[in-house]
Design a protein around this ligand. Structure first.
Ligand code: OGA
Ligand code: MN
Length: 194
């Protein structure tokens, strides 16, 4: 909370433990087998389309957590929501979250997180699912800050949290497939427009 109130971003290693990483990787694989992954789209309205040169990942939205691991992971993130509201008066009301997998060689060009649907994304959270990530594998999250660019490696069990409006960021290409969960705490409940 101090980091969010100060610089506005934080990377937390060893957030939920190796078992959670393995469990969420299995959950991810299951959702892939069930055909839930789609190429991610960029842009809003009539311009909305998959543009793999801008954004190369495929994503599977978690509308409802399924099974013990997803459920307990969401419960943990709920603690973050409550703590943010208590210490930062953030007014966070809900969480939208997806699994994301970037094929080797793909990334996500510099952007600011926002939804075309008018919901207010306040806090961005990314949780990495890459055991054995090696130096030189690439795939860093590069966050532009007033102190320069901060590089965060997508190492398993690291949770990154940042103020959605404040930081432009990009995902650098990796030399292997790169798995994560990405989510946003919203100021308004989902399903309500405008
Ligand atoms: C995003 C994003 C960062 C990452 O999905 O909007 O910026 O490190 N992801 O995967
Ligand atoms: Mn982003």
């Amino acid at each position: 909370m101090d980091a969010l109130a100060g610089p506005g971003y934080v990377a937390i290693p060893n957030y939920a433990g190796a078992q959670t990483v393995l469990g969420l990787r299995s959950a991810r694989d299951r959702r892939q087998r069930l055909g839930q992954f789609r190429p991610a789209a960029v842009g809003g309205g009539i311009n909305r389309a998959a543009r793999p040169n801008i954004r190369g990942d495929s994503i599977a939205w978690v509308d409802h957590p399924v099974g013990e691991v997803e459920t307990s992971f969401f419960a943990r993130l709920e603690q973050l929501r409550v703590a943010s509201n208590r210490s930062l008066m953030a007014g966070l009301e809900s969480l939208e979250m997806h699994f994301a997998s970037f094929p080797s060689g793909s990334g996500y060009a510099r952007h600011i997180d926002q939804s075309p649907m008018g919901v207010d994304r306040v806090l961005s959270v990314i949780y990495y699912l890459n055991p054995d990530w090696q130096l030189g594998d690439g795939g860093e999250l590069a966050i532009d800050t007033t102190d320069g660019t901060v590089l965060i490696k997508p190492i398993a069990d690291t949770l990154v949290v940042f103020l959605s409006e404040k930081f432009a960021h990009q995902v650098l290409p990796a030399v292997r497939e790169r798995h994560s969960m990405a989510g946003w705490f919203l100021r308004r409940p989902m399903g309500r427009l405008g």
